[in-house]
Design a protein around this ligand. Structure first.
Ligand code: 13P
Length: 250
């Protein structure tokens, strides 16, 4: 069975001091969680977050990684740097990076390969915009995004990757995909993985839902058979809300 993974994506929120404060508040609230809990914090928070997380099972993640090991890439961070600073996971290809920073399926693929080679677990984001859903492209698009992102990985490597299905129209809007809509698209992604890498791999990959997931809708989404977790934006910035999502099963 797949262990659910609930990850917070703090986006561009909170500096090192606030990060430590939020983590100290969150730690006791998520103790005993059955899900793997991950916090993807701004890179400058990794050090203070790592300290604040001592004694906790919460794992640490970053929000992006460059595909080269070092060199003249001003403003970028390598997988080795993130590992050294305490990250074990990294979000790659978030729709905000695709929309505002020119991220493409090809650069997402390069980053995924660098992350895996550098010992980070990638959380690969895919998802359609509103007009793409309305035009009926969702299934083809998420299939393409997912398969391109993972190109070059071995089946064993693919098994360890986390995919986050985040419909762009549901991010930060308060609109959520219905439980069935989310599950149906996640099923499409899982079937594509099974077709390419075999059923054993398709059944092993954890696929999250993301987009206005919160304490109210988490239980219903998580009850769906193919949804293995959530990538939580806004609701991950409040300890009590995030803890409720983490304890979706209570
Ligand atoms: P919200 O939960 O704020 O909609 O953000 C979702 C998201 O983009 C997580 O990566």
């Amino acid at each position: 069975m797949r262990t659910p993974v609930i990850a917070g994506n703090w986006k561009m929120n909170k500096g090192p001091k606030e990060a430590a404060e939020l983590i100290l508040e969150l730690k006791p609230l998520v103790e005993g969680a059955k899900a793997t809990v991950v916090l993807c914090v701004p890179a400058v928070d990794l050090q203070s977050a790592r300290q604040a997380l001592r004694g906790s099972k919460i794992r640490l993640g970053a929000q992006n990684v460059h595909y080269m090991p070092s060199g003249a890439f001003t403003g970028e961070l390598s997988a080795a740097m993130l590992r050294e600073a305490g990250a074990e996971y990294v979000i790659i290809g978030h729709s905000e990076r695709r929309q505002y920073f020119g991220e493409t399926d090809e650069t997402v693929n390069l980053r995924v390969k660098a992350a895996v080679a550098g010992g980070l677990v990638p959380i690969v984001c895919v998802g359609e915009r509103k007009e793409q859903r309305e035009a009926g492209y969702t299934d083809a698009l998420v299939t393409y995004q997912t398969l391109i992102a993972l190109t070059g990985l071995t089946p064993e490597e693919v098994k360890k990757v986390i995919v986050a299905y985040e419909p762009v129209w549901a991010i930060g809007t308060g609109l959520t995909a219905t439980d069935e809509q989310a599950n149906q698209t996640i099923r499409v992604i899982r079937d594509a993985l099974s077709a390419r890498y075999g059923k054993r791999v398709g059944n092993a990959v954890r696929i999250q839902y993301g987009g206005s997931m919160n304490p109210k809708n988490a239980k219903g989404l998580m009850a769906q058979p193919d949804i293995d977790g959530g990538l939580i934006g806004g609701a991950s910035l409040k300890a009590a809300d995030f803890a409720q999502v983490v304890h979706f099963d209570r």
